[in-house]
Write a protein that binds this ligand. Structure first.
Ligand SMILES: [Zn+2]
Ligand SMILES: [Zn+2]
Length: 258
């Protein structure tokens, strides 16, 4: 890679390539091959195998506490989208001193490596959520498990980052709604969604009503921004194309609706 990265040691160059890819619209991920279905996607992105249970480890920087109702919404959507008969457990884990935060993707990854601590449950896996203040204009982003394990093979989790500075209430669109929207959107990335070129571009779904749609172009302005402003509604669901990607063998029906 040219430019400022050229002087970095190879490990940082590799890492920065991932970071840059990840931050241009969250994460530009290769399309998984092989059979569709949640257990396959889990194996590549969220889980080590077809994990039966899930532990959600939350670490947060001082002053960026998760909103309990948003975590509640995330758990409801996890129940809908993931097959975890062994249960889902949330651990509100470390409080990170504010002065450790740097507005830099490499530094954010380093914090995640430093604070990732909870053991996976028996036969299960871990979803790591890191709350911080801000990075540029992003509300959140995600790194699938396999990209985190390139730098630390023992990391054992997918990572989502939630940036509270960008999740302040706008009119009657509450902070709770925005944070819920980001959590479930990033979960979608960690499941491998928006990688199907049939209805995705730049790692986001092209269906404007979909939670995996990236919210800044003209169509969004009309189809998404105004409904949001006037009704306070933010999508919390994946569109039928995205559901088809995950649950093709089950006619697009997620585990929580079967
Ligand atoms: Zn995204
Ligand atoms: Zn979609």
């Amino acid at each position: 890679m040219r430019g400022p990265y050229a002087a970095w040691p190879p490990v940082f160059r590799a890492m920065s390539a991932i970071c840059v890819a990840a931050l241009v619209g969250c994460a530009h991920l290769p399309k998984p091959d092989g059979a569709a279905g949640p257990s396959y996607r889990d194996a590549a992105y969220l889980d080590a195998g077809a994990a039966k249970s899930l532990l959600v480890e939350i670490d947060y920087v001082e002053g960026t506490s998760p909103r309990p109702r948003s975590i509640g919404t995330l758990l409801k959507q996890i129940d809908l989208y993931l097959d975890k008969p062994g249960g889902v457990e949330v651990v509100l884990d470390d409080l990170i001193p504010r002065d450790e935060w740097r507005e830099d993707p490499r530094a954010i990854r380093q914090i995640a490596y430093r604070y990732r601590s909870q053991e996976a449950p028996e036969g299960g896996t871990v979803l790591h959520i890191l709350y911080g203040p801000g990075y540029r204009k992003y509300r959140g982003f995600a790194w699938p498990r396999w990209t985190m394990q390139e730098d630390d093979p023992d990391y054992g989790a997918g990572l989502m980052v939630v940036l509270q500075d960008r999740l302040k209430p706008i009119a009657w669109v509450t902070g709770v709604k925005q944070e819920s929207n980001v959590l479930v959107h990033e979960l979608g990335h960690l499941l491998g969604l928006a990688t199907n070129p049939g209805h995705s571009t730049k790692a986001h779904c092209t269906n404007a009503h979909c939670l995996m749609y990236d919210g800044v172009d003209a169509r969004t302005f009309w189809l998404y921004f105004f409904p949001t402003l006037f009704t306070g509604y933010l999508p919390l669901d994946f569109c039928s194309d995205c559901r088809q990607d995950l649950y093709g063998p089950w006619a697009g029906v997620p585990p929580g609706q079967r």
